[in-house]
Design a binder for this molecule. Structure first.
Ligand SMILES: C[S@@+](CC[C@H](N)C(=O)[O-])C[C@H]1O[C@@H](n2cnc3c(N)ncnc32)[C@H](O)[C@@H]1O
Length: 241
């Protein structure tokens, strides 16, 4: 169930209803004993009597521990459902966009094909960033008319990003780069070189009390938080108000 990117007000009514009906609330954590972003976002809506079920998804590059974690999460959820308990799995942002819940869904389908489940879409960080910037005086429509929108992780190298931006410019595609964090210093230099800094938007921890939304030109070089993203627009349609 998607809980949106930070602001508890951005949970949907469907998400709120599902939370209220749950006996068990599961949520991802990156380390044992950790809090988890999704649980923190949904915290105002959780009930004291609901059992918490943290599911460990280690942030590592190697495949075996990640696969084991997805399997363990699916098994743990299936046990609760088999016991007849209504359970929700909280997911930061939307459930289908670079989400741990997608892996859990695949593992459930494979290991517990008869386990009944429902997905509740959530507000993705990219959409919240654009809306919050626009409301704050930096108009940032994600896509207009025949424009495309590419949402993807920030490439690992400058060469890849150059190529991606060339293609995006040629196809009138706006670009949303997730997982910007530590890549910001070289990404900033590249955008500066291409004259794209002013029109790009950097959004960090959208919906949290310490959120930052600013033209990329106003954000100095240096590592950003893991929960930061970049919106890049290289042009505008000809017909505009
Ligand atoms: C694993 S993805 C999760 C995406 C999420 N499922 C969604 O629908 O937005 C994590 C990346 O999403 C972006 N992100 C998620 N929440 C964010 C927030 N509140 N503010 C800025 N970026 C965010 C960051 O780029 C972060 O590295």
């Amino acid at each position: 169930m998607g809980v949106g990117p930070g602001d508890p007000e951005l949970l949907t009514v469907a998400a709120l209803r599902a939370i209220r009906a749950a006996a068990v609330v599961a949520y991802p954590v990156a380390q044992s004993g950790g809090d988890g972003m999704a649980a923190a976002i949904a915290a105002p809506w959780l009930l004291a009597e609901q059992r918490r079920l943290p599911l460990l998804f280690p942030m590592v590059a190697e495949a075996p521990p990640r696969i084991a974690a997805w399997h363990a999460a699916a098994d743990a959820l299936a046990v609760e459902v088999a016991a007849g308990l209504p359970v929700v799995l909280l997911c930061e942002g939307d459930v289908s966009l670079f989400a741990s819940s997608s892996y859990v869904l695949l593992a459930l389908r494979q290991r517990h094909p008869h386990c009944p489940l429902r997905l509740v879409a959530g507000v993705p960080a990219v959409c919240a960033a654009a809306a919050t910037a626009s409301a704050g005086g930096i108009p940032w429509p994600l896509a207009l008319q025949s424009e495309g929108l590419l949402i993807r992780p920030t490439p690992e190298t400058a060469g890849e990003l150059e190529h991606l931006l060339d293609q995006a410019a040629a196809t009138a595609t706006n670009v949303a780069l997730l997982k910007l964090g530590q890549r910001w210093p070289w990404v900033r230099s590249l955008l500066d070189r291409r004259g794209l800094l002013e029109g790009a938007l950097l959004a960090q921890r959208v919906g949290w009390p310490d959120q930052l939304l600013a033209p990329a030109s106003a954000v100095p070089s240096g590592e950003r938080a893991y929960f930061s993203l970049l919106l890049i627009r290289q042009g505008w349609p000809a017909v505009l108000p």
